[in-house]
Design a protein around this ligand. Structure first.
Ligand SMILES: [Zn+2]
Length: 156
């Protein structure tokens, strides 16, 4: 028989990397969590990127990590910045500038590069980042005369 006075175990036993909660109580054990700044990792383009001194709440009891909404946003932005620096990728402003110089809106550039229609917007807002291969393609259409016309003539 199940002991009904016990708190139900919600969710699976799969370890979560982090969850978003407004509350300061640990979602796993109920202990009050503490403000910490420590290294956290986040996948960017399938690669784990370590972000040093990332603000978050950490449970002193069970080591559960909780990201507040702002923490999660900053962690992602910082991880993307680090990834861009590591691979020497074009920055969000540079992508916006090259698109402007070529006279393309976000949808038109996405179509030429055969990307989803919101992809360029995410790159330019720093919410996502291009792969190294896509970065090369962006530089090609920026720097090589005729490359844009070539892509246009081969667009399905
Ligand atoms: Zn806990």
């Amino acid at each position: 028989m199940r002991d009904r006075s016990r708190r139900k175990n919600k969710g699976s036993s799969v370890r979560r990397r982090a969850i978003v909660l407004p509350d300061d109580a640990c979602p796993s054990c109920g202990t009050m969590m503490e403000d910490k700044r420590r290294k956290l990792s986040l996948p960017v383009n399938g690669e784990e990127v370590a972000v040093p001194r990332a603000p978050h709440l950490r449970c002193p009891g069970c080591d559960e990590v909780v990201l507040r909404f702002e923490d999660a946003r900053k962690l992602q932005e910082r991880a993307i910045e680090i990834y861009r620096e590591k691979y020497g990728l074009l920055g969000a402003d540079e992508i916006r500038a090259l698109r402007g110089r070529l006279g393309l809106n976000q949808g038109a550039l996405a179509q030429l590069l055969r990307l989803g229609k919101n992809t360029i917007s995410r790159w330019e807002k720093g919410r996502n980042v291009q792969t190294s291969a896509m970065d090369v393609l962006l530089r090609l259409i920026r720097d090589v005369p005729g490359a844009l016309e070539y892509l246009r003539s081969h667009a399905a």
